[in-house]
Design a protein around this ligand. Structure first.
Ligand SMILES: NC(=O)c1ccc[n+]([C@@H]2O[C@H](COP(=O)([O-])OP(=O)(O)OC[C@H]3O[C@@H](n4cnc5c(N)ncnc54)[C@H](O)[C@@H]3O)[C@@H](O)[C@H]2O)c1
Ligand SMILES: [Zn+2]
Length: 256
């Protein structure tokens, strides 16, 4: 049995992930009250607060870091605390406490610029390509990935960054068809990431979507991820849209 800390445990993704962590010793934290994690050690606090975070990571073998501002339209003042300060505080605390592994939620917005500018037909987006965020939120995720790399390379916890696509029960628009991550595949991916022997890696978190543009082959070979869902099953039911990806880029100057 492994002791796992789940951050952002009151959030949407955490709620979908929860069944995958049954059987582990769980501690769950959020700035909001956490409910639904029966048997877990639930704590309320801000991960940007070093005092709170030092006690939150104590005794943990692994961390699934989901806490963040997940809104692509968010401004830097809104993102700086949850998406930058909290990442540094958490990874530093995990390092000091001897935590072995961190699974870090990143986002396809870290590379959304490639999609916004149009990929040549048939080209899959390679996770090794340079970051190309479509928004300030995506840039904050690139920072998180970079800080995590410095920690992992420096001898701190190993880190698996998962650039999650749209994690929703079912795709709702055509954009979702490109980067959907089903709740079932989310559970498979995070379990695989927790079990993998990888010092640092960055992977797209998407299902096996027929129309997918994110290459998840390294998650298959390095993590042992075997996705089971395909957004194509819903293609006839979705409406035209962008799946939430990149639409903020052109509005950024307007929103600040
Ligand atoms: N939902 C998606 O489709 C999606 C897609 C790509 C990436 N992600 C990433 O996955 C993670 C979870 O996203 P979500 O959709 O569940 O978001 P969410 O807002 O539902 O959950 C995030 C939780 O983190 C908590 N939180 C924020 N800042 C905190 C802090 N400083 N200290 C402690 N708790 C804090 C919030 O209170 C919230 O409950 C985020 O990192 C997000 O960027 C989500
Ligand atoms: Zn974006």
């Amino acid at each position: 049995m492994t002791a796992v800390l789940v951050t952002g445990a009151a959030g949407k993704v955490a709620g979908m992930l929860r069944p995958a962590l049954a059987g582990q010793v769980l501690r769950v934290v959020d700035t909001r009250d956490v409910t639904g994690w029966d048997g877990a050690d639930a704590r309320t606090g801000d991960l940007a607060d070093p005092g709170f975070t030092a006690t939150a990571v104590e005794g943990m073998d692994a961390i699934v870091h989901l806490a963040a501002n997940p809104h692509p339209g968010a401004t830097w003042p809104e993102l700086r605390g949850p998406n930058a300060d909290a990442v540094v505080t958490l990874l530093d605390a995990a390092w000091r406490a001897g935590v072995a592994k961190v699974v870090l939620a990143s986002s396809v917005h870290a590379v959304g610029g490639y999609v916004a500018d149009g990929l040549p037909a048939g080209t899959l987006l390679d996770p090794a390509w340079p970051a190309r965020p479509c928004c300030t939120y995506g840039s904050s995720k690139v920072f998180a990935e970079a800080y995590a790399r410095s920690v992992a390379d420096g001898g701190g916890p190993s880190v698996v960054c998962l650039r999650l696509g749209g994690v929703v029960p079912r795709p709702t628009d055509t954009g979702n068809l490109l980067g959907w991550l089903s709740p079932g595949d989310l559970r498979l991916l995070v379990r695989a990431a927790l079990a993998a022997d990888v010092r640092y890696g960055c992977y797209f978190g998407v299902s096996a979507n027929t129309r997918g543009v994110f290459d998840y082959a390294n998650a298959v070979t390095e993590l042992g991820y075997r996705p089971e869902s395909d957004s194509e099953a819903y293609a006839a039911d979705v409406t035209p849209g962008d799946g939430g990806l990149c639409r903020w880029r052109d509005e950024r100057v307007a929103v600040g």
